[in-house]
Design a protein around this ligand. Sequence first.
Ligand SMILES: [Zn+2]
Length: 236
Amino acid sequence: MYSPGFYFDPFYLLLTFGTIALSVYASWRVKSAYGRYSQVPARSGLSGAQIAQRILDLNGIQDVSIHPIAGQLSDHYDPANKRLMLSEENYYGTNVAALGVAAHECGHAIQHQQLYAPLQWRMAAVGITTIAGQIIPFVGMGLLWLMPKIALPILAVCFGIVMLFQLVTLPVEFDATARAKRILASTGAVAPGEETAAMSRVLDAAALTYVAAFISALGTFLYYVMLLLGNNRRDE
Ligand SMILES: [Zn+2]
C-alpha cells in the first residue's frame, strides 16, 4: 500500500525550495543585467528592429516579418507564423541590450531557415509538451491521492516529456546566442570592447534562465521516478 505522505518528504521540500530559489535568482539576474545594460547606448545608433532587418537581409531571409510586442522581455521568434516579435523596448531601443536580444531572436530565424536539428526537435515536441503540462495538474491533484499506482507512472512520463523539452531548448538557446554574438561583431552594430562585453552579459544571463528551467525539470522528473521505484519496491 502506498501512503501519500511525500508532501512532508524533506527531499521534496529541498527540491521545491531549491528550484524556486534557482529560478528566482536566474530571473533576477537577467532583469538586473537587462536593466543595467539597456542604459548603455550603442554607438552604431541602430535600433533592435533595424539590426534585426539587417541580419535577416544578410542571411537572405525574406519571409520573416518583424513586429513590436507589449511587455518586458517578451521577445521571441514564432516559427509557425515566421514572425520575429520584439518587445517595444527592444524594437525601438538603440542600446546594446536591445541589439543583443534582437540579434538573438534573429538567431532563431536563421536556425529555422537552416533546419537546425535541435530547433526542429523542439518544434516537433511543442504539442506533446503542452498536453503533458495540462495532464500534470489534473493527475497531480486528484488521481495521485486516490490511485497513486496509476497516477505515479503518468506523472513520471509527463515530467519526463517536460524535462526533455527543456533539455532540447538548451542547444537551441545557446546556439542562437552564439550566432547573435558572431553576427553583431561582424556587422559592427555593437562595438568591440565595452559594448560587446555588456551585450554578452545580457545574453549570458538570459541563457542561465534556460539552464535553471532544465535543472528544475530534471529534479522534478527524478523525484517522481524515485517515488515510482519506491512504490513498486513496497509492493514486491
Ligand atoms: Zn531564444
